[in-house]
Ligand binder design. Structure first.
Ligand code: ATP
Length: 614
């Protein structure tokens, strides 16, 4: 826990405000998704965020979770400036996202232990916390299931458990009850009540407004990225409509015309048509009931006016008013404005530049947690991945080095053809062992499974993920080259005493290709693009970089290209250590590979940033 990455203050000072956001804006491309929102949420409050689809709720929630920086404005969450200290904020936040962002490659319980590790828990601590939370959300019996085999409601409960792993002070729930059965919803509400009783702050977005009435101390209504109203739900209702409502059906078509035919009820103060229903509001149940009886609709019961009714009424009034209405209750005192639109655009752009999140420095401690997650997966699936990686070079050596080599005059090469090919294939093994992990596997986690989306809601940042995946790629490189070299040595094709050095010496070659693969992964949109990477880059390199024949046999231009390639340097490095024991030659190639890997490392570490935190 000494690593500053797990940067939550060890003593949690009492806070009065959990969220303080001033004039927050965020664009997605040209679309202004959040537009000048100010939000002040006291610690311990249960705050609802509601609004129609596309209102900007999720975008705002992502800002609160410190995974998306505002373009403009200032935001402090739990006392931390989220653009400057996102890790410290995230260490104390729990996020239940809208989408199912489980890690579908590992078990239900491992999802929780892995996430606990991202939050800095020890292995034992993470395991104990996982068991406790599985019990809390009623998933103990499914601990060893794969997440995608759970029902939708159970998967959502798993997301809720994951959000609680770090015992957060602020819990952000983006539509948490979607897909839950009524019993699970009540269970969720009870759980949230229990959490709030311990002083936690909740921010919840939902389309179930009765949930907001039931759960929230305050509701903020967003529309088109702006705060329209912010108030206690019951105060908002009381300020908008009379206390009671009755609903009458207006059969379609022609509902609008039928509305006019419904006579005014006794006790009616206001009416509102919503679809094919007419809502009639009054201050007294007795008066409305009498009015209904008089109108021949005595089977209808008056009910308390709901938040949904109030929002319908407010929408209607706003639509009927040409200018924007002021909010019923301001959300928070607006912060210093710096010219958000019109003539202020240039100033806004300057401010945007200031509020952009600084690129985080990768944390080795957190990268190690990503590496550990990959190891967890590998322990389960190694039987399927190990075969191609271990045996492909061995088969190539048998077929080409030994089989085809029978017909090749070794005198021209200075050794048998098999001895010539064996160290070349060692370099190819290092390249392939490293590159596969950061291409297909990372692509799927980034674009399809979206498991990294979950990781970045913990203190893990995109460069930590990139570094962890590079470390895992190098681990594979080390294991595969080590085993292959042992086989080569057993067959007598590694005569030099320096041969064992080839395994660590080829790590920079693995790093070059892992970095290149990761940069490619950050750039491509479709998985099909890898066929170009493999067919047009890796295959020609394998065939032309001196693995199977000396590059001097190539035409001059092709030879110059082949000899500049990192694989060629890896092949020559491998031969120098495995066959001739020529350390100065090996050092030259090694230096070249180290230099190239250092050049590629920076872009590789930040290759996932724009996907995950932008
Ligand atoms: N990554 C993105 N790229 C481009 N546009 C986006 C992106 N994310 C959101 N938007 C757009 O920003 C607007 C606000 O989206 P957001 O998801 O924040 O709304 P929401 O209120 O959460 O909607 P819903 O209730 O449907 O979840 C929408 O118009 C949406 O299309």
């Amino acid at each position: 826990m000494a690593d500053p990455a797990f940067a939550g203050p060890s003593v949690r000072a009492p806070l009065t405000m959990a969220v303080e956001g001033h004039d927050l804006s965020r664009r997605h491309g040209s679309h202004l998704a959040v537009d000048g929102v100010s939000l002040a949420i006291p610690a311990g409050e249960r705050h609802g965020l509601v609004g129609p689809n596309g209102a900007g709720k999720t975008t705002l929630m992502r800002m609160l979770s410190a995974t998306l920086a505002p373009d403009h404005g200032s935001l402090r969450v739990l006392g931390h400036d989220v653009t400057r200290h996102p890790r410290a904020a995230k260490a104390r936040i729990g996020v239940v996202p809208q989408g199912m962002t489980h890690d579908n490659e590992i078990l239900v319980r491992e999802n929780l232990t892995t996430f606990g590790r991202y939050h800095g828990l020890s292995r034992r601590g993470a395991a104990a916390r996982a068991d406790e939370l599985l019990e809390t959300v009623g998933l103990t019996a499914h601990a060893r299931a794969m997440p995608q085999t759970l029902s939708g409601g159970m998967q959502r409960r798993l997301l809720i458990a994951r959000a609680l792993v770090n015992d957060p002070d602020l819990i952000l729930l983006d539509e948490p009850s979607t897909g839950l059965d009524p019993e699970s919803r009540v269970m969720l509400w009870d759980l949230l009540d229990t959490l709030c009783a311990t002083g936690k702050t909740l921010v919840i977005t939902t389309h179930y407004l009765e949930e907001v009435e039931r759960l929230c101390d305050r509701v903020t209504v967003l529309r088109a990225g702006r705060v329209r109203h912010s108030s206690h739900p019951r105060r908002l209702i009381a300020a908008t409509l009379p206390r009671y409502a009755v609903e009458l059906d207006l059969p379609a078509p022609g509902a609008a015309a039928r509305e006019a035919t419904v006579p005014r009820l006794a006790g009616e103060r206001e009416r509102l048509r919503v679809g094919n229903r007419l809502l009639v509001f009054g201050d007294s149940v007795a008066d409305l009931t009498r009015g209904l009886a008089a109108a021949g609709a005595g089977d209808r019961l008056a009910r308390p006016t709901s938040l949904q009714d109030a929002l319908h009424a407010l929408d209607r009034r706003e639509a009927a008013t040409p200018t924007d209405r002021a909010p019923v209750t301001p959300a928070a005192p607006p912060g210093p404005r710096t010219g958000r639109r019109g003539a202020g655009d240039r100033q806004g752009a300057r401010h945007r530049a200031r509020t952009r999140r600084a690129l985080p420095v990768p944390s080795f401690a957190l990268a190690r947690r990503i590496w550990w997650r990959d190891l967890t997966l590998f322990r389960k699936s190694y039987r399927t991945t190990i075969v191609p990686n271990f045996f492909e070079p061995v088969f190539s050596l048998a077929a080409l080095g030994i089989g085809l080599g029978f017909y090749v005059d070794g005198a021209a090469l200075g050794s048998s053809y098999a001895s010539f090919v064996a160290p070349g294939l060692l370099a190819v093994t290092a390249m392939n062992g490293a590159v596969f992990e950061v291409t297909y596997n990372v692509f799927v986690r980034l674009r399809h499974a979206r498991s990294y989306d979950a990781a970045v809601t913990s203190p893990v940042e995109p460069p930590d993920i990139a570094l962890g995946e590079l470390m895992w790629a190098l681990t594979r490189c080390l294991v595969y080259t080590g085993v292959y070299l042992a086989i080569v040595a057993a067959l007598g094709y590694a005569p030099a005493s320096t041969a064992p050095l080839a395994v660590p010496a080829l790590l920079p070659l693995g790093l070059v290709f892992a970095c290149a693969g990761l940069i490619f992964t950050g750039a491509v949109r479709a998985i099909n693009a890898y066929s170009y990477f493999y067919t047009l880059v890796l295959t020609p390199l394998t065939l032309l970089s001196g693995v199977f024949f000396p590059t001097r046999r190539l035409p001059p231009v092709l030879r110059a290209v082949a000899e500049a390639s990192p694989l060629h340097h890896g092949v020559e490095l491998s031969r120098a250590l495995v066959i001739t024991g020529d350390l100065p030659a090996a050092a030259g190639h090694l230096g070249w590979l180290v230099a190239l890997s250092l050049v590629l490392l920076g872009p590789a570490l930040y290759s996932l940033q724009r996907h995950l935190c932008a």
